[in-house]
Design a protein around this ligand. Sequence first.
Ligand SMILES: [Zn+2]
Length: 254
Amino acid sequence: MKDFTFDAYRLYLKTIQSTYKHILRFDEYLRLGRKPVSFAMIRHDIDRRPLKALRMARVENEMGIRSTYYFRVKPHVFKPSIIKAIKRLGHEIGYHYETLSDAMGDHASALKRFRQNLEMLRLYSRIDTICMHGRPFSPHNNLDLWRNPETRSRLTTNYRILGEIYLDIDYHDIAYITDTGRNWDQKRSNKRDVVDTNVLASLKNGMGLFHALKNKRWQKIIFQIHPERWSENESEYFIQFLNDTCVNLVKKVL
Ligand SMILES: [Zn+2]
């Protein structure tokens, strides 16, 4: 079976489902007072191709799985009908923000845009959690928007946000498994999307990932998946493969 296809994704989900009793959305996790000793959380960053996200959301729904979809507020991603459809399938919608890089590092303007975009998203869904978009080619790190403690406290008080998932989750004992760079190796092609963890979750390939999940190598996992990379048929698979290979080359040069 080819990796990065919907068939492979179904297999990973099935394996996670059979091994982890708790599959939590990020809002559910942040609301829990006492966290379970073992759990899985599935997170999707919708950087582009929102329709693909909807298809993946349906796959999960058919399997009885609920996850979290972080949407950018950009014309090619912000599609209200898709956002509403994913929400109706039982998934959480979050905000994948990038207003500091949009505002070229100007904090006041970035905060204003953040509030406006959040309000726009909230026209179509409840939004409880947010997650920065790590724009690889921008000099600005969007997490810096919350560097000032006063601004950060506004997140809960003014914007009614439960948490920024890079800042408000303690990752030290969580395996962070991500498809960034179209591989399962934490150390490659991963410029900004990194968390501070003691758990090494670098795998050679999809087979390695499958066995690790099946044998429950980790008690806690975050499975971070970009739907746009996953194909539903063979020809789409090769186009996506070439595309990701090019992006990785550019990142390497940078
Ligand atoms: Zn992103």
